[in-house]
Design a protein. Structure first.
Length: 307
């Protein structure tokens, strides 16, 4: 399998040191593609920073693509990685930031995760390569779940509905029958009529444009909306906008003018299972480096370190 190709460059100050197309296969070569675990270096980005005292230091952002067999989507749970990063000089480097984002592998039973690790570089010298050891820990949600906001009136002044945040419970707040429900986080949904949004191609389309915004203090992240009328029949309004606004995520829909009440359900990612992917490799300008046999004793140290 070939992951996204990257350009090659090498210079300091926000430079992009890119990978080759080398992809190490962590599973036997004769297995089906869906059974392989693949890791590819996307880029090494070097930057200068200043600490709170104004002193400059250097960091390297290591961006990796990891693809492994399975189904589902990257979960939103906090995912601290079980990794150590060591430079070519043998010095362990501090990981100051980790970010994960998911991507789809079309037509394959695979899960893709983009991993960004930011490490602090030594005060002097530049590592020729970085060695990663340990495990990647990825939360993977298998399905979407539903938070039912009940019946909402589409009215000029708008509607606001508050529900207990199911993801805050999932994060360890407690079980509903033994905790103080009033202290649980809430998911707030606001429904307002869109008057400021001008949609030229909808000028002659009858209906009313309503904005549904969802706000939460936890990792609750709406993935979509479902609508039904008061008899339980599915309503499929026309999607007109998607929004992100001051911590809220939402969408606008064009409803028939006759619709005054709708039952609203919000889809969100279900409980994640944790996937562990072993890591034991080196990355450098050339990408992910193969594990080579030891160099002969008469080979200079500089030659060995340039693998």
């Amino acid at each position: 399998m070939k992951l996204p190709g990257i350009l090659l460059a090498a210079c300091w100050s926000s430079a992009l040191l890119a990978a080759s197309d080398a992809v190490p296969q962590m599973a036997p070569a004769d297995e089906d593609e869906g059974d392989k675990i693949c890791v590819e270096l996307a880029s090494l980005r070097f930057q200068k920073r200043n600490n709170e005292h104004g002193h400059a230091y250097r960091v390297c952002q290591i961006l990796l693509y990891c693809v492994f067999p399975g189904s589902g989507m990257l979960g939103l749970e906090r995912a601290d990685q079980d990794l150590t990063v060591t430079g070519s000089d043998g010095m362990e480097l501090e990981i100051t930031r980790t970010e994960l984002s998911g991507f789809s592998v079309k037509g394959k039973p695979l899960v893709g995760v983009e991993v960004m690790l930011e490490v602090v570089l030594p005060a002097s010298g530049m590592p020729r390569w970085f060695e990663l050891k340990g495990n990647f820990l990825f939360p993977v949600s298998e399905k979407l779940e539903i938070l039912d906001f009940g019946t909402v009136e589409l009215k000029e002044s708008g509607s606001t509905v508050s529900m207990i945040d199911p993801v805050s419970i999932r994060e360890g707040t407690g079980v509903l029958d033994v905790v103080d429900i009033s202290k649980l986080d809430k998911v707030l949904m606001k429904v307002t009529r869109n008057r400021e949004d001008k949609v030229p191609h909808l000028d002659k389309v009858p209906g009313e444009n309503w904005r549904f915004m969802v706000y939460s203090n936890s990792i609750f992240h709406p993935k979509g909306f479902l609508f039904h009328d008061l008899d339980g029949n599915r309503i499929t309004p026309r999607l007109t906008f998607q929004h992100m606004d001051y911590g809220g995520i939402g969408r606008s829909y064009l409803f028939d003018s006759s619709v005054k009440f709708v039952n609203v359900e919000v889809l969100y990612q279900g409980t994640a299972r944790w996937v562990t992917i072993p890591a034991d490799f080196r990355v450098g300008i050339g990408g992910v480096m193969p594990d080579l046999p030891p160099a002969p004793a008469d080979v200079a140290e500089a030659g060995r370190s340039a693998r």
